[in-house]
Design a protein around this ligand. Structure first.
Ligand code: HEM
Length: 132
C-alpha cells in the first residue's frame, strides 16, 4: 500500500471529520423540521405559517447540503481508509462494522426522506392557504 504525504493525510483526516459533522448536521435538520412540523397547527395564524415556511425552506437547504457533503466526502474517506483509519487490532471485522453502521445510517436517511415528503406536502398546503 502506497504511503501518503502528511499534508494529504491532514486534508483527508479533516474531510473524514467533516463527514461525521455533516452527518450530525443532517440528523439535526431532520429533528428540527420534525419538531417544528409537529408543533405547527393550521389555526396558528399567518405569521406562524410564514415562520414555518421560512424554517422549512432553510432547514431543507441545510439537509440537502449536508447529504451531498456526506456522499462526496465519503468517497475520499473510502479511498484512504486503509491508510489512515484501518485499525490492525480489529482486522477484517471492521469491514463488517462499517457495513452495519452504513446500513443504519442509510435507514435513517431513508426515514428522513420519507418524512420529508410529508413535511413538503404540509408546507405546500400552508403556502397555498397563505396565497389563496
Ligand atoms: C448519508 C449517508 C452516510 C452517512 C449518514 C454516513 C455517516 C458516517 C458516520 C457517522 C461515520 C463514522 C462512523 C464511526 O466513526 O464509527 C462514517 C464513516 C465512514 N463512512 Fe460514511 N456515511 C454515509 C455515506 C457514506 C458513503 C456514500 C461512503 C462511501 C462512498 C461512506 C464512507 C465512509 C467510510 C469509509 C467511513 C469510515 C469507516 C467507519 O468508521 O465506519 N459513507 N460514515
Amino acid at each position: 500500500m502506497d504511503e501518503i504525504s502528511p499534508a494529504l493525510g491532514a486534508i483527508i483526516t479533516a474531510n473524514n471529520y467533516l463527514h461525521d459533522v455533516a452527518t450530525g448536521l443532517m440528523l439535526m435538520s431532520f429533528g428540527a423540521i420534525w419538531l417544528v412540523s409537529r408543533r405547527f397547527h393550521p389555526d396558528s395564524g399567518e405569521r406562524a405559517a410564514g415562520l414555518y415556511l421560512s424554517l422549512y425552506g432553510a432547514v431543507t437547504r441545510i439537509a440537502k447540503f449536508s447529504l451531498v457533503w456526506i456522499l462526496v466526502g465519503g468517497v475520499p474517506r473510502t479511498i484512504y481508509y486503509t491508510r489512515l483509519e484501518w485499525a490492525p487490532a480489529v482486522g477484517d471485522t471492521q469491514v463488517v462494522a462499517i457495513a452495519i453502521k452504513h446500513v443504519l445510517v442509510f435507514a435513517m436517511v431513508g426515514a428522513g426522506v420519507y418524512y420529508w415528503t410529508i413535511f413538503k406536502k404540509q408546507a405546500n398546503r400552508i403556502r397555498q392557504e397563505l396565497q389563496g
